[in-house]
Ligand binder design. Sequence first.
Ligand SMILES: [Zn+2]
Length: 427
Amino acid sequence: MELGLISVDKWTVQAQAYFLTHLHADHTNGLSAKWAKGPLYCSPITAKLIPLKIPGLNRLLIRVLETGKTYSLELVSSRPGPKVLVQVTSIDAHHCHGAVMFLFRGEFGCELHTGDFRWETTNDKEIPGKEMLLEALKGDKVDILYLDNTYCNPSFSFPPRHVAAQQVIDVISSYPERDIVIGIDSLGKEDLLLRISEVLKTKIWVWPARLQMMHLLGFEESFTAQTCLTRVRAVPRNSLTVGMLQALNTVRPTIGIVPSGLPWGLKAIKKQFSSLGCIPPSSPVNSSQMDETTSSVTRVHQYIYKVPYSLHSCFSEIQEFIKLVQPSIMMGNLSSSFCYVNPNHFFGYMCRDIDASAHCKYLKPECIAEGKVVYGESTVECAQFNTVMINRVRATKLSRLRMRISWVNKMRRKRRGAKLEYVESFG
Ligand SMILES: [Zn+2]
């Protein structure tokens, strides 16, 4: 699509329509009370939560898109000619509450922005999301896929969330005499807490702003701000540290639980990830070690358990998703993080435009099985890669258009009796 028409989760660029996939901080950078660049499209739940997460943002800018419904927008092109008609459908991303993917269709082709997503199709609750996406695609393939590549590495293998939720419940149940603290973000993992509350028949303590969020989501019954009512507390994820647990244990015996796809301990992870082609690259380490830490419950410290409850898709789920949407080309939403991997390294071979994917080295399935990653001079910076990809899509569309014009002209000449050996030149 032409630049300057739409912007997804980017708030400082110039566009005519802005789309917010969900309210996690890394997707709202630049969105503030002062922001007023244009209409902001989002899901009904996100619209409801905006006043709490971005207080002061002009509500008149918010446009609500019902999930699964297709809307048409007329945008003005910077080039001379008619308006650009864009059809947009939002699809449940199964990430945090309110999170959606956006599918854009029009003359420019078909673009899919996943935002952050979990593609857990074995879960009954999430099958409608798959059906919604297939229906919105109407049998078409995706031209450009902007993919959540947070865990785009074969080392990440998570169980479905209902299994991980049971693992959390089992840890809590095995310590009936202890207090429990669970590290969560300011949005997300409500379903996990609700499940714990339901199975263990207890309310869960949350901090005041989080309680307000639970009220807005309609979950107030299961949560409380009174510590005396429960032994299970959900605390801000960043505050759950070894130091915190040691301090708590001087007062009352307490166990900490970290429900996350990330392995525990950043230093060790960086060392391990570097061997798997992630930034920064360095010495090789055994990848089976990573599998162990990302797919099962791990006691990472005397007082702390890590449970692989993830809001992002793991490697096999990303693979399944790409197989379904069959993009021409794709690029990762995440362009820098300690575990960043360009999805083309692993899945470029699954793209319909293999030549485009060749701009970044990619792996064949047999290499993936060995856990190898090609990393080095052929890796292209994300910004550079995006430009290359956009130009390729333009070139492909232009070339198709030229072929069509050429064919139409040939037919016209044939009808007029003109010679057919004439070769068209299109500059
Ligand atoms: Zn997110």
